[in-house]
Design a protein around this ligand. Structure first.
Ligand code: SF4
Length: 268
């Protein structure tokens, strides 16, 4: 467990297990592989953390104050190799209601079947999120929408392509409709019942460039789409443009910093 995190949208990280394997293009340059190798670990093997780390939120005196805790920054909360440990981890979350756990996954198809028995409408201290890096994966938002959760969020980072229609209206048999300008036939990102959208470019030596229009279009989309769950719009956080280092391109989007957090009473 890291005492603090440099990630803009959280306060600390908690890794009850570590290790993973790649599932989609956003994983290509995953920092976990580099970090684990640096520590002499095999990043492709999912291993349970020591009890000191696993139970730190419950046992550590340093973890009494409320924090936003990003879970599994070195793995995926819903990784199949962690199935036997996840109930223990849900227990830790249940016992520490002062913390807000941000559970982000690229395996949303496993969420519904791997929630705790007393999940109900969602633990109040768990935010459930999915990563969506390009338009091929906008369906992850639909999977997330079907799962009860106190807060649902999307991390569009690293953003590798447009997620919303890049063009205007098309006439289809007399019906005006919107769609992609190229041959791609998939849907655009649907933000209904999504409380929070994080957008960011990739950082690191092999970062893939972000087109500023992809980020601007998402902000416009957020401002246009009514959110039928909270009667407010989806909160928007622009994390970074990316580049060789996380700070290379700064965080300004059209002259301002976007640091919104979902409306839950949790301070930013
Ligand atoms: S799911 Fe997350 S931790 Fe696993 S390889 Fe992909 S980016 Fe890395």
């Amino acid at each position: 467990m890291a005492e603090s995190s440099i990630i803009e949208w959280t306060d600390a990280t908690w890794n009850p297990w570590r290790g993973c394997d790649r599932v989609s293009p956003g994983c290509a340059h995953c920092y976990m592989f580099r970090d684990q190798r640096r520590y002499g670990k095999d990043p492709s093997v999912v291993v349970r953390a020591s009890d000191a780390t696993f139970y730190a939120p419950v046992r550590s005196a340093r973890w009494q104050e409320p924090r936003k805790v990003f879970t599994c920054s070195w793995s995926d909360w819903f990784h199949e190799d962690a199935d036997e440990w996840r109930d223990d981890a849900w227990d830790v979350i249940r016992q520490t209601p002062q913390h807000t756990y941000q559970v982000l996954t690229k395996r949303p198809e496993r969420m519904l079947d791997h929630l705790p028995a007393d999940w109900g409408d969602g633990y109040p201290n768990v935010w459930l999120g999915v990563t969506i890096e390009n338009r091929r994966f906008v369906g992850r938002a639909d999977v997330l929408r079907a799962v009860p959760a106190a807060v649902r969020f999307i991390s569009a980072e690293p953003l590798l392509g447009p997620l919303v229609y890049d063009d205007g209206w098309f006439d289809e048999g007399g019906v005006e409709t919107r769609r992609w300008a190229d041959d791609y036939a998939g849907p655009e990102l649907d933000l209904r019942q999504i409380d929070w959208l994080i957008v960011g470019g990739e950082s690191g030596p092999r970062h893939r460039p972000i087109d500023p229009e992809w980020a601007r279009d998402l902000l416009t989309h957020v401002e246009c789409v009514s959110n039928d769950r909270t009667a407010g719009r989806t909160a928007f956080l622009f994390k970074q443009w990316g580049g060789p280092r996380p700070t290379s391109g700064g965080r300004l989007l059209d002259g301002r910093t976007w640091d919104e957090m979902p409306a839950t009473g949790v301070s930013a």
